[in-house]
Design a protein around this ligand. Structure first.
Ligand SMILES: Nc1ncnc2c1ncn2[C@@H]1O[C@H](COP(=O)(O)OP(=O)(O)OP(=O)(O)O)[C@@H](O)[C@H]1O
Ligand SMILES: [Mg+2]
Length: 233
C-alpha cells in the first residue's frame, strides 16, 4: 500500500526552480532514503512534506488523501514527525523537551506522558539526562533528544534530514538502531536524507538520487549503485 505519493512537485524561490517535477511513492512501512549533493533540494523537499512550506506546483498525498496546502494542517501534521538538519531544542530540560509535543496535544495524563518520555529516553540511551538543560548537550546527545522528541507522539511518518551528519560512530549506531527497530517493529514509514553511503546500504529499502532538484534514479541500493563498495563514492 502506498503511504506517501508525490506527483510533479516543483518549488520556486525568487524565480529559481529548486525542485523540478519531483515524482515518487513511498510504501507503508518503507525505509526510503534520498541522497544528493549540497543544494540539490533535499531539505526543501522534506520541509514541503512536513507541511512547513507550500509547493509551487504539484500534489502530495498522505495515505491517499491529497494535502491542501491552503488549509490548516494541524491534524495532518500530527501524523508526521521530523528531525531537522539543524537541531532545534528548547531552553528547558531534556525531559521537558521530549514531553513537549505530548503536553501540547493534551490527550495524555501526567503518568502516561512520563512513561512514554522515559521509554523514549531509554531508546536513545539518554536515561539519567532528564534534568539536564537541553542547550548544554553535545551535538550527538542533542540530536538523540531531537529524535526522541519526534518519536514520542508515535507518528506514522518520520522525516529525517541528515540526522547523523555530525555524529561520531557510536552516536550514529545508536540513531540507526532506533530507526531500524522503529521501522521493523512499528512499521513507521521513514523518509531520510543522508550523504553517508554506508548508511544508505545499511538502512534503505529504496534510495532516490536527487540532483539539481530532479530525481535521477530510484531503486534498491544495489540497483542504483551497482555492486561497488560504498567506499568508491
Ligand atoms: N528559503 C529559501 N529562499 C531562497 N532559496 C532557498 C531557500 N531555501 C533553499 N533555497 C535554495 O534552494 C536550493 C536547495 O536547498 P536545500 O536546502 O533544499 O538543499 P539540500 O539538498 O538540503 O542541501 P544540503 O545538502 O547542503 O543540506 C539551494 O540552492 C538553496 O540556496
Ligand atoms: Mg539540506
Amino acid at each position: 500500500m502506498i503511504a506517501l505519493e508525490v506527483i510533479n512537485l516543483s518549488k520556486e524561490y525568487s524565480g529559481r526552480l529548486v525542485l523540478k517535477n519531483v515524482t515518487f511513492n513511498v510504501r507503508e512501512g518503507e525505509f526510503f532514503v534520498i541522497v544528493g549533493p549540497n543544494g540539490s533540494g533535499k531539505t526543501t523537499l522534506l520541509r514541503i512534506l512536513d507541511l512547513l512550506e507550500d509547493p509551487t506546483s504539484g500534489k502530495v498525498f498522505f495515505d491517499g488523501e491529497e494535502v491542501d496546502y491552503s488549509k490548516d494542517r494541524v491534524a495532518l501534521r500530527r501524523k508526521i514527525g521530523m528531525v531537522f538538519q539543524q537541531t532545534l531544542l528548547f531552553d528547558m530540560s531534556v525531559y521537558d523537551n521530549v514531553a513537549y509535543p505530548l503536553k501540547i496535544r493534551g490527550a495524555l495524563t501526567k503518568v502516561d506522558i512520563e512513561q512514554r518520555v522515559m521509554r523514549m529516553l531509554e531508546d536513545v540511551e539518554l536515561l539519567g539526562f532528564e534534568q539536564k538543560n537541553a542547550l548544554t548537550l553535545s551535538g550527538g546527545e542533542a540530536q538523540r533528544v531531537a529524535l526522541a522528541q519526534a518519536l514520542v507522539t508515535e507518528p506514522s511518518f518520520l522525516l529525517l534530514d541528515e540526522p547523523t551528519a555530525n555524529l561520531d560512530p557510536k552516536n550514529v549506531s545508536i540513531v540507526e538502531g532506533v530507526l531500524s527497530r522503529l521501522n521493523r517493529e512499528n512499521k513507521t514509514t521513514i523518509i531520510m536524507t543522508t550523504h553517508n553511503m554506508f548508511q544508505v546500504e545499511r538502512l534503505a529499502q529504496r534510495v532516490a538520487i536527487l540532483n539539481e532538484g530532479e530525481i535521477k534514479t530510484i531503486g534498491a541500493f544495489r540497483d542504483v549503485f551497482g555492486y561497488q563498495s560504498p567506499l568508491a563514492w
